[in-house]
Design a protein around this ligand. Structure first.
Ligand code: THU
Length: 132
């Protein structure tokens, strides 16, 4: 299986764990680190709606809290089976750790696979190098 297929498959598995009783919209994500580890995440909602956490940030926080610092790819899927482009906050958040040439993998039930450089999804990224 390709890196893309593995990550999409892990994202789908994890989407089954999504806790989304308010929106009904389930999301699954999988991140591969530079050393080949995979961290998965789902969205976790809350009755205080603003406290909801997206699948991508769940996966990223799991990775970083286990010591990972460099990501090479992110896959995201959602229950509507359309392209699950990460929200702006997740693009910025994941971008902090993504390789310059890291990949974003998505899929749509009609339009098929989409594999793009992650940073194509966030032009004018806020680069924290400036504040270091
Ligand atoms: N959601 C994600 O998990 N990732 C995104 O990038 C966008 C939105 C979740 C948050 C919420 O639980 C549901 O999708 C509807 O917004």
């Amino acid at each position: 299986m390709s890196e893309r297929d593995i990550l999409i498959s892990r994202a789908k598995e994890t989407m089954a764990n999504a806790y989304a009783p308010y929106s009904g919209f389930k999301v699954g994500a999988a991140i591969m680190t530079d050393d080949g580890r995979i961290y998965t995440g789902c969205n976790v909602e809350n009755s205080s709606y603003g406290a909801a956490i997206c699948a991508e940030r769940t996966a990223a926080v799991k990775a970083v809290s286990e010591g990972a610092r460099q990501f090479k790819a992110l896959a995201v899927v959602c229950s509507s089976e359309e392209y699950a482009f990460p929200c702006g906050i997740c693009r910025q958040f994941v971008g902090e750790f993504m390789d310059k040439d890291g990949m974003l993998y998505l899929e749509d039930k009609e339009q098929g696979e989409l594999s793009i450089p992650f940073f194509d999804s966030i032009p004018y990224f806020f680069n924290g190098e400036r504040i270091k």
